[in-house]
Design a protein around this ligand. Structure first.
Ligand SMILES: [Zn+2]
Length: 388
């Protein structure tokens, strides 16, 4: 029935369509229905639509599409096709079909995200809206400008909502900023709301969030990455200790200073930490001087690690905070959860040990489908469709 004039619409013809389902391929009637003359602006041309084709994209049921998407973000397209062909009574699918379908699922997800008006209510403005962000570089396919591709992964967390993952390969995304902005909207962000970005010091990553919202964001340097660098200095110190030096006093001094250094950074005394690093350097040089030539390489390693930490802190001065205070307020100080996100999203399919090489678009699409699978968004889409 036409929604405008309430007249019955004409059934133009009926075709049989083959639909792939989880339980095999079936043939169903797929009528084509003429568009009502009152809506038909083309005059005498008979325009029709096929409701079934609009409902079932790719001539396959949403459950099958979801399964194909889930398998292909966990396994190679070839392996996903093999699994499908082993377990399902459908006509055999090729890896190219699985790939094309996954790409279309990704394109749908992306298009829907940008096209749909945002219906999510605003989340509690007092709660911190935290973006944990991290990057990975994966091998690019031959013929692209660089050998590696950047893929960015992250999680948006706010109290009262499950975390929302996002992933994008900026070079392969049609509109990376809109995608990110939409993900923030889904977590209840509104323009003007403060955002905190936790990252490992890669300047491009907070920059991406800043560009997406068009407003300044608060950046915090990940504690874990600082802590690892301090630990490297401690390891270098153990390397010196293992050589059994005669003059130990200097060594004990270095050890004490490293402990103090960690304490200073943790509590937000960053200038003092900078001075302490020079102190560690100075005392360590004396250890080499007192104990002889044999100690020089081990001490050089310690000095190198000190300089590495100093550069890291200097490059991120604006994102250093009082970690202790933040920790005591039970707020996250580490991107370890974003890194988990990288593992979940990237490593299953894009790890360097795999021989697979990626086009920017291919990488982007698999990453967004993977993020949607992990969030359960693909599944809820299917149940939404079934309910409709
Ligand atoms: Zn009508």
């Amino acid at each position: 029935m036409c929604g405008d004039c309430m007249k019955l619409r004409r059934r133009r013809d009926s075709r049989t369509r083959k639909i792939q389902t989880l339980f095999g391929t079936i043939a169903v009637d797929a009528p084509r229905i003429s568009v009502c003359p009152c809506r038909n602006n083309w005059g005498f041309v008979d325009v029709s639509q096929s409701p079934l084709a609009e409902l079932l994209l790719d001539r396959c049921t949403p459950e099958l599409r979801q399964l194909q998407g889930e398998l292909s973000v966990r396994h190679s397209y070839r392996e996903a096709a093999r699994l499908l062909n082993t377990f399902l009574p459908c006509d055999p699918v090729s890896h190219a079909t699985v790939r094309n379908r996954t790409h279309r699922v990704a394109a749908d997800l992306e298009q829907k995200a940008i096209a749909l008006p945002n219906s999510e209510p605003e989340s509690d403005p007092a709660a911190e809206l935290l973006v944990l962000i991290d990057g990975a570089d994966i091998r690019a396919a031959h013929g692209y400008q660089s050998r590696h591709l950047d893929v960015t992964f992250g999680k948006i967390e706010v109290t009262g909502k499950p975390p929302r993952r996002f992933a994008l390969a900026p070079k392969g995304a049609p509109s990376p900023l809109a995608t990110l902005r939409q993900a923030l909207h889904e977590q209840g962000w509104r323009p003007g709301r403060a955002i905190t970005v936790l990252s490992d010091g890669e300047a491009a990553l907070p920059g991406l969030v800043r560009a997406a919202v068009g407003e300044p964001v608060t950046c915090i340097l990940d504690w874990w990455h600082i802590s690892m660098r301090v630990q490297h200095i401690q390891q270098a110190l153990r390397g010196i200790d293992a050589l059994d030096p005669q003059h130990r006093a200097g060594l004990e001094m270095v050890e004490w200073r490293i402990g103090r250094l960690r304490h200073l950074i943790w509590n937000g005394y960053h200038e003092e930490a900078h001075d302490e690093l020079f102190g560690v350097r100075h005392t360590a040089s004396e250890v080499a001087y007192l104990n002889g030539e044999r100690f020089r390489p081990a001490v050089a390693r310690l000095l190198w690690n000190c300089d590495d930490l100093r550069r890291y802190l200097a490059n991120n001065t604006g994102s250093l905070i009082d970690y202790g205070a933040r920790y005591r307020s039970k707020l996250p100080i580490s991107t370890s959860r974003a890194e988990g996100c990288v593992d979940e999203i990237a490593n299953a399919r894009m790890a360097k040990k795999q021989r697979m090489r990626w086009s920017p678009q291919g990488a982007h699409r698999i990453a967004i489908v993977r993020a949607a699978v992990l969030d359960g968004r693909l599944k809820s889409e299917v149940s939404g469709l079934l309910a409709a």
